[in-house]
Write a protein that binds this ligand. Structure first.
Ligand code: C5P
Length: 310
């Protein structure tokens, strides 16, 4: 059986790092948002005596999450299969757009259905968080709150389908270095809202999200100061996006992609003309409902067994 599924990118509309946890990860508060920029993943699936996983990718990927996710899924399903993936990448890699995590989630969402098994989202969440902190979010899509490592996700109200311009400069920012650059200590990991202005401000944003215009919210990315210090070119791109009308204009994740939010397609188009096209993606935000519709369509008959049945 062969299907082709979408693997959408995300933005962190807001990202706060509270501090380092006992397990070495950082305690986060973030607002995830899927966008219409996507990779496409073709999957040929056949039961077999011996498991064989093959990946044909449009770009070389070192530590591939597609294959790792497939192994995790087959192991948990106790199924042997011959699987051939055809990955057509559009999402820039290592850019804070969640491409690898989204690819992994796409595999977890598709394989059980292809194997004729119904697996609950609760179970998929367990598999997902072993693959990476951002993977669980992609089991849902839309607008969501991420806490803990970022892997504990809760729904947030939909926000309007703003136009965004994502600019990927190709600058490589190491995630580990970005965290190290924050200099957050263990002690301020789990302070109360009363003591932490970060938590108070983040809560205010989450409560205001329903109905507010994004430009009115003090959206923040805690990685920006340290990353912009090392890569002033990124700060310059953000300033340019603001000058061109992007409100807000921010970095996503630990970078290096940055984005500007625009009210209309015309404004986004005008801004895009000021950037080199190869590095620039003009897309709209993608709501949870749209995300799930796209998935149901892609899965076809197999959707009946997926967690996208309504
Ligand atoms: O979970 P993931 O594999 O995406 O994390 C990659 C790296 O980013 C981790 O090894 C860790 O250094 C850092 N990280 C962190 N705190 C988080 C998420 C990631 O320190 N909440």
């Amino acid at each position: 059986m062969r299907i082709t599924v979408p693997s959408f990118a995300k933005l962190n509309l807001d990202l706060r790092v509270l501090g380092k946890r006992a397990d070495g990860y950082h305690e986060l508060r973030t607002i995830f948002q899927t966008i219409r920029l996507k990779d496409s993943l073709g999957i040929d699936f056949e039961f077999a005596k011996q498991t064989r996983i093959e990946l044909d990718s449009s770009v070389a990927i070192a530590d591939n999450l597609v294959v790792r996710a497939a192994k995790v899924a087959l192991e948990h399903l106790k199924v042997r299969a011959s699987i051939r993936f055809e990955l057509r990448k559009q999402i820039p890699m290592g850019a804070g757009l969640g491409g690898g995590s989204s690819n992994a989630a796409a595999v977890l969402l598709a394989l059980p259905a292809l194997a004729g098994r119904r697996i609950t989202r609760e179970t998929l969440l367990l598999w997902a968080e072993t693959l990476g902190s951002d993977v669980p979010f992609f089991l849902y899509g839309g607008t969501a709150l991420g806490i803990g490592r970022g892997s504990e996700v809760y729904p947030l109200p939909d926000i309007p389908a703003y136009h965004v311009l994502v600019v990927s400069t190709g600058i490589h920012v190491s995630t580990a270095e970005a965290y190290a650059g924050l200099g957050r200590s263990v002690t301020n990991a789990l302070t109360s809202a009363r003591e932490s202005p970060i938590l108070r401000e983040f809560q205010a944003i989450a409560w205001a999200l329903n109905g507010a215009r994004l430009e009115q919210l003090p959206l923040t990315n805690d990685f920006e100061p340290a990353v912009f210090k090392t890569h002033p070119e990124l700060a310059a791109v953000v300033r340019k996006l603001r000058r061109l009308g992007g409100k807000p204009a921010r970095m996503t994740g630990s970078g290096s992609a940055v984005f500007g939010v625009f009210e209309s397609d015309a404004e986004a188009r005008q801004a895009a003309a000021e950037f080199r096209q190869a590095h620039c993606y003009r897309v709209r935000l993608l709501s949870r409902r749209q995300y799930q519709t796209q998935w149901r369509r892609a899965l076809g008959k197999a959707a009946a067994l997926s967690c996208f049945t309504s």
